[in-house]
Design a protein around this ligand. Structure first.
Ligand code: BYC
Length: 497
């Protein structure tokens, strides 16, 4: 019997007999000495069956009995931390893995800078720390819920596999945060771990905590934009939490970042391949005007202006995830040493305490955009947002190169920071993608050209037909440059059952 069989059987037993001992240490890859940690084991014994139930109820719709070619994290050695093989998703081995401890690590920022990193929860910051972990944890199952129905319209088995890979790893990231909650926060932590399985993306009574995680991900273009732009918020936030003075959080996030890279790759190459298919079809049909939308759509590919509108939507809702540009919560998380800036420990020429420093934040004053110097501590969220916007540009430049090479006169642009915002300084103001404060009438006249409109969504919907023959791809997306783990083009990434 395989280890996963043992796990599934063990969990079934837990359901029927609370006193049966589960061999978690064998079934769950971990480097946290799971078998020796009785408190953690007990907490997992009650949480794990509920997690599996949540996965069945809210994880990928269908395909639960299909064999999927998945990467499983089995250790933290950079030269070989993952194994590939066909697995049924409910039997995936969601592990608890922390990056190796850095001996002598100190708190990199804030009022405790230079003191030894905490190995236990600092009592004075317990509630703020727990809130950060809960918010981080909440996004992981939320994204799985958002992507629940996409398997049914996958443009290829390769893409379907990537979707499921992202889904199981978000599941593992939930485990990572649940580990911290149940190990370090006692009864409250166990309750929060349970609540993470009870909130539901988009549900009115008990929604996910952050706005973007209650939006729909109705089609594959949304999925690729989400994995490029929203998973990149994941990268930035995990990087900021990896700087935490609370060492177990830092170590968890450092390892999560290794998996996050693949999610960003899925997003960037997904959009890239969509652009490639469009450019190739336009060239073949002799179309050079990217705004000749009707003729381009008739070719079964996505026009570039529509992709820009999709990107505008995902960029703007993701920018809201950084919280208010000026925030006392942000200041306190930094000063307490619970959350650093991007790349905190390596920022040179900086006192890492920011008592007297200032930072430029753009605000809307009397209907005008004004740059103001504000205390840098209160502008921590704004700075991370600025770093995020800079980080988004690399992939956009690569997309533009493809379009340029095809000789098409079109370039993707990031809309102005204040465009379509619901959180922070720009909330309540109408601002165009070019960065002009406009009236409600001007907004209404322009919005159909800036954000996906009904026509766009209907057209995208018409393209979302499954293509599940090994080695074949839907018309609107080009094949990838190479297979996962160097598998050949015809490889059966998902054996649909
Ligand atoms: N929607 O001072 P404020 C990822 C709330 S993504 C709704 O403005 P603060 C992933 C805020 O919670 C990364 N509510 O901001 C990606 C607060 O409420 P409470 C996730 C919002 O607190 C793809 C109030 O407004 N990780 O991993 O400094 C797939 C005032 O807050 C929103 C993290 O976010 C919003 N957009 O910063 C899978 C890291 N924004 O507490 C996974 C952990 C703010 O007063 N979280 N609010 O009730 C944090 O660092 C902070 O909680 C935030 C907010 C940056 C999110």
């Amino acid at each position: 019997m395989s280890q996963t069989d043992t796990l599934v059987e063990a969990v079934e037993q837990v359901r029927s007999d609370a006193f049966v001992e589960v061999k978690y240490d064998e079934a769950i890859p971990n480097n946290v000495d799971l078998s020796q940690d009785k408190q953690l084991l007990r907490a997992l014994e009650s949480w794990h069956p509920n997690y599996l139930q949540w996965w069945q109820d809210m994880g990928p719709d269908g395909f639960q009995t299909s064999d999927v070619y998945l990467r499983t994290a089995v250790g933290v050695d950079p030269s070989g931390w993952a194994k590939f093989g066909h697995v049924k998703m409910p039997e995936y081995r969601w592990g608890i893995l922390l990056a190796p401890k850095v001996e002598g690590r100190t708190i990199p920022c804030g009022r405790h800078k230079g003191q030894p990193a905490w190995q236990e929860v600092p009592a004075e910051y317990r509630s703020l720390l727990k809130r950060l972990i809960v918010v981080q944890g909440d996004t992981e199952p939320a994204s799985v819920e958002q992507q629940r129905f996409l398997g049914k319209t996958a443009p290829s088995l390769y893409d379907m596999r990537n979707l499921f890979q992202v889904n199981v790893e978000e599941g593992r990231h939930l485990w990572a945060m649940v580990y911290l909650l149940v190990k370090y926060f006692g009864k409250d932590g166990r309750e929060e771990a349970q609540a993470l399985l009870e909130r539901r993306s988009g549900q009115q009574d008990n929604p996910r905590i952050l706005g973007a995680f209650n939006e729909r991900t109705p089609d594959w273009l949304s999925f690729f934009m989400f994995t490029y732009f929203t998973d990149r918020d994941g990268k930035m936030q995990l990087a900021a939490l990896a700087e935490s003075g609370f060492d177990p959080l830092s170590r968890s996030c450092r390892f999560m970042l290794t998996e996050e890279a693949h999610h960003l790759f899925v997003g960037e190459t997904g959009v890239q391949r969509t652009i490639e298919a469009t450019c190739a079809a336009m060239k073949k049909a002799g179309i050079t005007d990217p705004f000749d939308v009707e003729r381009i759509r008739a070719l079964g590919v996505v026009d570039l202006p529509l992709l820009q509108r999709k990107a505008n939507f995902h960029m703007s809702v993701t920018r809201d995830l950084f919280g208010s540009e000026i925030s006392s919560n942000g200041a306190e998380a930094f000063s307490a040493g619970l959350k650093g800036r991007f790349n905190e420990a390596n920022l040179k020429g900086d006192d890492h305490q920011l008592q007297d420093a200032t930072y430029t934040v753009t605000r809307v004053v009397d209907g005008r955009l004004v740059d103001e110097q504000v205390p840098a501590l209160r502008a921590i969220n704004s700075r991370l947002l600025d770093d995020y916007i800079a980080d988004c540009q690399g992939g956009i430049d690569r997309w533009n190169k493809t379009i340029e090479k095809a000789g098409i006169d079109f370039r993707f642009r990031q809309p102005y920071k204040g465009f379509n915002r619901r959180i922070g300084e720009f909330k309540g103001h109408r601002i165009s993608p070019e960065g002009k404060v406009i009236s409600e009438t001007e907004w209404q006249a322009g919005v159909g050209g800036w954000l996906p409109n009904d026509d766009d969504m209907n057209f995208i919907g018409s393209l979302m037909k499954p293509c599940v023959e090994p080695g074949k791809y839907a018309s609107w997306i080009a094949p990838p440059a190479r297979g996962i783990n160097n598998q050949p083009q015809e490889f059966e990434y998902v054996k649909i059952a």
